[in-house]
Design a protein around this ligand. Structure first.
Ligand code: GAF
Length: 440
C-alpha cells in the first residue's frame, strides 16, 4: 500500500494531491547546527509521501502506511505536550505555521515514510516537510515558491519538531529536505541561515558514497541529544559568546583553558574542529581532492566518538570495516547514538552469500536508473495533483515508476541484518528526486 491507498482506505475518496520530501545524509558538520555552525548535507532519494485533502473544519486526521492507525485532533487543541507519538511531527506543522501567522485549515493526510526510521537519515524532517508542502499548497501559502519562502517552512517544521514532538534539534535536517538541489551538497551556515550549493560530483572521480545502516536504533527525544546541546550552551555562556561558532579554530586552545569542566572542554573541541572540517571539506571537494575528504571524514568520526561521545560500538565497527575494505574515509552521520555511518570509496557492489557480505566489482543499477529517468513527471491515475518539495529546483517530479521502484526496494530494509547501499554516485542523478539506490 502507498499513501494514496492508505488515504482511500482510511478516509474514503481521493486525496487532493500527493506531496513528498526527502531524507538527508549529512556529509560532515555534525552537531554544529544548534551551535550556529556549518553543516553539509545532501538530500537522499528516499522520501516521505503525504497524500492529503483539505477539510472544511478545524480537524486534522492523520494516518500512515507504516502504522495503520488514525489519529484525530482538533487544530485548536494542538500545543506543546498535547500530541504524542509520530503524529506530533505532523500536527506540529500546522500549529507552527499558525504560530507564524498563517491561516491553516483542517486536513486529512495519509503518509508513507520511505526514509528509514530512526536511522539518522531525517525521517522526521522528511515527514514534517512533506506535510508542510501539502499544507502550503492546500492553503495557498506559497511557501515552496522561493528559497526565502522555503526558509519560513524550514523554520515551521523545526518548531514542530522542537515544540510539539519535543526533540530539541537544530534545523539542519529540515533545511536539507527543503533546500538541497540535485548533484550538490548544501553548505548551510546555521548562524545566519545562509546557504550555498556545493557541486558534489564524486562519480566523475570514480567514487561512490555509501550509507551503511547498522540497525542500531537512535532517538533524539531520549535526553542524550538535549544533554549535548545543554553542554554546548553552558560552555558558550562560560566563554561569554552567543554560540560556539564564535570560537575561531585559532582561539580553541585559549577557550579550552577557560573551561573548568572536562566534559564541556571535549564537547567544545568537537564543535569547533568540526566546523573547521566543514570548511576544509568544501575546499577539498572544490579542488577534487577526495583523499583529503576521506581524511576529514575519519577525523570527524574520531571527534564524534571520543569528544562528543555520540557513536556506539555498531557504528565504530562499521566505520572500521569500511576503512579496512578500502574506503577513503568513513564516519557516522546524523545525530548519533546509533545512526548509520557514511563512507566514501571506489564503486563496489556488495552481495551476501553464506551470511557474509562480499564485494563485487560488477556494474549495477542500470535498469533502475533507466526506470527512474524515464519515469513520467505525471501522477498516478488516482492522483489529481502531485508535488514534491524539491520541485522547481531540478530535483522534483518523482514519477510513478520511481515511486514503484522505491516500493520494490523497501523490503530490503527489513530483511538484511547489515545493509550497504549506494547513496550517491555518478550513476545516481538527480539526487533528491528519483530513488536510484542500488539496494543489494
Ligand atoms: C539530528 C538533528 F535533528 C540535527 O538538527 C543535527 O543536530 C544532527 O542530529 C546532528 O548533526 O539530525
Amino acid at each position: 500500500m502507498d499513501a494514496v491507498g492508505a488515504f482511500r482506505e482510511r478516509f474514503g475518496g481521493e486525496p487532493e494531491g500527493v506531496w513528498s520530501a526527502p531524507g538527508r545524509v549529512n556529509l560532515i558538520g555534525e552537531h554544529t547546527d544548534y551551535n550556529g555552525g556549518l553543516a553539509l548535507p545532501i538530500a537522499l532519494p528516499h522520501r516521505t509521501y503525504a497524500a492529503a485533502s483539505p477539510r472544511g473544519d478545524r480537524v486534522l486526521r492523520v494516518t500512515s502506511v507504516q502504522t495503520g492507525d488514525v489519529v484525530e485532533v482538533s487544530l485548536d487543541e494542538v500545543g506543546p505536550g498535547t500530541v504524542g507519538g509520530w503524529s506530533a511531527y505532523v500536527a506540529g506543522v500546522p500549529w507552527a505555521l499558525a504560530q507564524a501567522g498563517y491561516a491553516v485549515g483542517g486536513l486529512d493526510v495519509a503518509v508513507d515514510g520511505r526514509v528509514p526510521l530512526g536511522a539518522g537519515l531525517s525521517s522526521s524532517a522528511a515527514l514534517e516537510c512533506a506535510v508542510g508542502a501539502a499544507i502550503s499548497d492546500l492553503n495557498g501559502l506559497g511557501l515552496l515558491e522561493s528559497d526565502d519562502a522555503r526558509a519560513v517552512l524550514v523554520s515551521a517544521c523545526r518548531r514542530a519538531e522542537n515544540d510539539i514532538a519535543g526533540a530539541p534539534t537544530g534545523g539542519m535536517d529540515q533545511s536539507a529536505s527543503l533546500l538541497c538541489r540535485p548533484d550538490h551538497a548544501l553548505l548551510l551556515d546555521c548562524r545566519d541561515g545562509a546557504t550555498e550549493h556545493v557541486p558534489f560530483g564524486i562519480g566523475a572521480a570514480g567514487l561512490v558514497l555509501l550509507v551503511i545502516d547498522t540497525k542500531a536504533h537512535h532517538a533524539l527525544v531520549d535526553g542524550q541529544y538535549g544533554a549535548r546541546r545543554a553542554a554546548c550552551e553552558s560552555a558558550a555562556a562560560t566563554l561569554g559568546v552567543e554560540t560556539l561558532r564564535e570560537i575561531a579554530i585559532g582561539d580553541l586552545e585559549g577557550a579550552l583553558s577557560r573551561l573548568p569542566d572536562e566534559v564541556e572542554r571535549r564537547r567544545v573541541r568537537h564543535v569547533v574542529t568540526e566546523i573547521d572540517r566543514v570548511t576544509a571539506t568544501v575546499a577539498a571537494l572544490r579542488r577534487g581532492e577526495y583523499a583529503e575528504v576521506g581524511h576529514l571524514f575519519d577525523a570527524s568520526h574520531v571527534s564524534l566518538r571520543d569528544d562528543y561521545e555520540v557513536s556506539c560500538p555498531e557504528l565504530d565497527v562499521a566505520v572500521a570495516a569500511a576503512r579496512d575494505a578500502g574506503a577513503l574515509g568513513a564516519r557516522m552521520t546524523g545525530g548519533g547514538f546509533g545512526a548509520p555511518p557514511l563512507r566514501s570509496c571506489r564503486p563496489t557492489r556488495w552481495r551476501r552469500s553464506s551470511g557474509v557480505w562480499n564485494r563485487h566489482t560488477a556494474e549495477g543499477g542500470s535498469a533502475r536508473r533507466s526506470a527512474s529517468r524515464s519515469s513520467p513527471a505525471g501522477a498516478p491515475t488516482a492522483i489529481r495533483r502531485r508535488r514534491d518539495a524539491s520541485e522547481g529546483r531540478g530535483g522534483g517530479g518523482v514519477g510513478r515508476a520511481a515511486r514503484l521502484a522505491a516500493r520494490d526496494r523497501t523490503p530490503g530494509y527489513t530483511n538484511a541484518a547489515y545493509r550497504v547501499l549506494v547513496a550517491a554516485s555518478a550513476q545516481v542523478r538527480p539526487l533528491g528526486s528519483a530513488p536510484p539506490l542500488s539496494m543489494l
